[in-house]
Design a protein around this ligand. Sequence first.
Ligand code: HEM
Length: 360
Amino acid sequence: MLRFLSSRFPTEKLNFDCLVNEKQVPIHKMTWGYYTGGLVLFFFVVQVITGLLLLLYYQATVSDAYVSVKTIMDNVEGGALIRNMHIWSSSLMIFFALVHLLTTFSMKAFAPPREITWIAGVCLLFITFVFGFTGYLLPWNQLSVNATKVLLQSIDQVGAMLPVQLAQIPEFVKQLLQGGDVIGQATLSRFFALHVVVLPALLLGILTIHLLSVQLHGMSQGVDVPASKSEKFFPVAVSRDIQLWSIALLILYVLAQCLPFDAFISFPLLAPYDPFGATPVGIKPEWYFYFIYYPLELLPFWLVLVILAVVSAVLFLTPWIFQKTSRRILSAIAIMAAGYLLVISIFGQSIYNFFRGGQG
Ligand code: HEM
């Protein structure tokens, strides 16, 4: 184990020459793939900065959360822009994390000695999804509380399918998240703590491992025939990263300024949560959960759960399962996965209507 770890973290390379002077980026048809991780990093930094600004006014209590978000939107100078940037950037971070996963997969960047880089990456992706899930509840409106209720109820369904000894695990997770018999102040406090303390700390720790191993091993080869040309990481690739980030910032600013994210959902900030009010008809999670939401609506619950468990296991074990697979086959798998994600995210509702005879 120690030998494995020391070969995966060759600390003798922790010096200026290896990390800066000698680091090269291969030039080939997939070179663009090396910039996808940097974009995810950029949107994460935006999340931290805009999130800290939102914290200046946001109140995590059931009586004030909704009003504080409304105040940010209507009365705080630049508040609507910052909130829109935070929401747009969360979607873009998840989008590019998925693109980054699929490109590093098809470039076989998980092959030895980069197994830990890959596994840390999978953990980062899961954490990013939990960020989305916990952030959704914070405005404490009719939509967000009811959608969270539905999600917490599905944890009960998981418990109901497991043998008695194991059924306690989902029950424990639900209690840990909900903090009481019903969704309320304890739930909001816990989601808030997760969203602003626990997850950022976890993400930063794992990101350090991810980036350190990327730096120590340099860029992977990326294609089958080793590239004959390369360029220096500092300053060439880094300056390209900065150019890309500047364009991303401009696009994000224009989007947040002109197109409030809420405009895309049929329930904008809506009304504050009313425990006696009706659950809004047709509530749906954010688009980045459609890949699991629509299968849950259309297929038996146990089947979706088994598929999810298998996909998660395959993701974690990718460096070993696909050790001998060619890059052509990896690219074909990545294209199929991207196709599924695109189709379900864009046409999920139409597919649902088709199979359910237009009831949705
Ligand atoms: C918060 C999420 C993430 C951030 C901020 C991030 C950041 C980065 C950065 C900056 C790089 C170096 C540039 C590049 O090669 O693109 C990188 C490389 C890498 N990332 Fe990520 N990443 C994240 C998630 C993931 C995920 C979900 C995976 C896949 C499961 C992954 C797998 C890899 C691999 C294998 C490399 C090495 C690429 C190579 O050497 O060619 N990362 N990441």
